[in-house]
Design a protein around this ligand. Sequence first.
Ligand SMILES: *Cc1c(COP(=O)(O)O)cnc(C)c1O
Length: 230
Amino acid sequence: MVRENLEAVEKIIRLSCERAGRPASDVTLIAVSKTKPLALVQEAYAAGARDFGENKVQDLLERIEAMPSDVRWHMIGHLQRNKVKYIVGKVAMIHSVDSLRLAEEISHESVKRGVETDILLEVNVAGEESKFGVSLEETAALAEAVAKLPAVHVRGLMTIAPFVENAEENRLIFRKLKQLSVDIEGKSIDNVSMAVLSMGMTGDYSVAIEEGATFVRVGTGIFGEREPWR
Ligand SMILES: *Cc1c(COP(=O)(O)O)cnc(C)c1O
C-alpha cells in the first residue's frame, strides 16, 4: 500500500509542478513516518523514498539506527535545546528553528563536533496560538542574527499551515511565506539562503507547490491515518 500511495503522491507533485510551470526536480517529497511502524518506513525506502521526516528526537534516533545510511533525515518537530546534542551531525536539516537560543545551541554543538548544520526558520504565518514558530515580522531579524553564528546555515523557511477542510484556504498562508522568503533574499544576508521553502502537508501540498514549496512533508498520504494529533 505504501508503494502505491507514494507513487500517487509523486504523481500529484509532478502535476502540480506542471500546473505551476515548475520543473518536477524543484520539489522534494519528505515522507513523514512519525508514529508509523518501522516496516512501513522500510517499505517506503524500498519504493525509493530517501527523505524522511520525524518530529520526535527519540524516534528519529531509533530510526537512524535502523535504516540504511543513505536516508536523509529531517527533523520537523519542535526541538528542545537540551536535545540538540543528540541529533546534530545526524540529520540533513532541522526545519523547526524558531529562536536565536535554539540556533545558538545548534551552532555550539556543530562546532564541537566539527560539522555544519543546515536549518530552516519556522514561521507561524497564521499567528496561531497553538503553534510554534516566529511571526512574519520577526523572521528577517532572526535570520540576520542566526547568520552570524558559526557552523549553522539558514537554507530557507518552513511553516505548518492551519488544519483546514479546503486546501485553498491555505493558499494565502503559502503565498505569504514565499513573499517573506523573497523579501529576505533581497537583503542579501551573508550565510543566509532562501532556496528552501518547506510547506504543504497531505491536505494541501498541491496548493503549496503552486505557491512555491520546494519541500513538501507528507505523512498520512503515504502511510495512512495516524492517531489524531491536533
Ligand atoms: C505530521 C507532520 C506532517 C505530515 O502531516 P500529514 O498531514 O500527515 O501529511 C508534516 N509536517 C509536520 C511538521 C508534521 O508534524
